[in-house]
Design a protein. Sequence first.
Length: 398
Amino acid sequence: MPKLVNWEQCCGCGACANKCLKQAISMLPNHEGFLHPVVDAEKCVECGACEKACPGLHPAYNENALKEAFVLQHKNDAVRYQSTSGGAFTAIAEEVIRRGGVVFGAVMTEDLRVVHGCVETMEDLARFRNSKYVQSEIGDCYSHVKHLLNEGRWVCFSGTPCQINGLIKFLGRDYERLVTVDVVCKSVPSPLIFKKYVEYKKGQEGGISDVVFRDKKRGFLYCTMAHYLTHDDRQKGKDVYRRGSESDEWLRMFLSGKISRRSCMICHYQTIQRVSDFTLGDIWETGYTKLDDNRGSTLVHVWTQKGEEFLNSVRDNVRIVTYPVERSRGMERKNTLTVQQNREKLFEDANNMEAKAFFAKYAPYSMKVRIKNAGRYWLWRLGLQNIVRHVKHLIIHR
């Protein structure tokens, strides 16, 4: 039997399952809802291919990383509004499609699951816009990427740093026409808890079919979790629910780290030797450049010569300024998460309690939360949000 990385260090990328030619490995959810490899001993021929592809056993490193940073905005304001930050990923993806390529990224299905998928048209890129704060299912995407690359197609693959590591280890070599994009990642939260959250909110609001984790209706500085009954309602801004990170149950649990994957506690993939071509993240620093307009900008780190050349090819479609790397926050993981004392009980309850009772216990909408919600809302209504954010960053960067 193969000796893969232990379950607490497994990031769930699925590189091992994609690598197995005998289809002896299945990615199945554990009691916390996270996918882990399960080996079928009758099918396994012990070839060792899965072990070589496991980034947990053999993390990839780029010892010659360029370490360049830029602030970027897509020139299409509609694209930027739909994006989490400034639309940098769309700009990169559009160039790949112009070259006849295929783009891979996280999408939300009709039943509100997050999976990796691929598109080949400009119109379909909208499926990738806006962050999905749930660990996505890779499925057989790595195998599909390799097939396309071997056909000579351009491929853009986006994901978390561990998913990019999984792809690189699966492929085993660099491809000239592969462009990889990772994101500044706090951690990946449990799909099981998100399913519970959807159940809870549907009980309150009815048949929601569109969830936006970082909706900009109140501006980039006050992104909110928003729910819509239909996709058309989203286009018209007709939400049935809207709360910020101070009060929404899912965002509060995610940001607390209570429902993060175990491997995120000791993440090995967010380093300054990234193996991706680009790392994308938010830039919250107000007043730094003329691009600051509370509609979102992307902080783009370029790690490879390929990435630098590719960025030059999209400059006509973006607004871009150089950013000092030494000021960048989030480029490298500098802290670790800690396993919560009540973690086992939390996931036991998630499997057994009704959704309403579960969130009343672990993310209650208390008076303290209500006051925070009202306070942030009125800061926004009075136009004071930008001032508060500016003061905060003056303190951080002093």
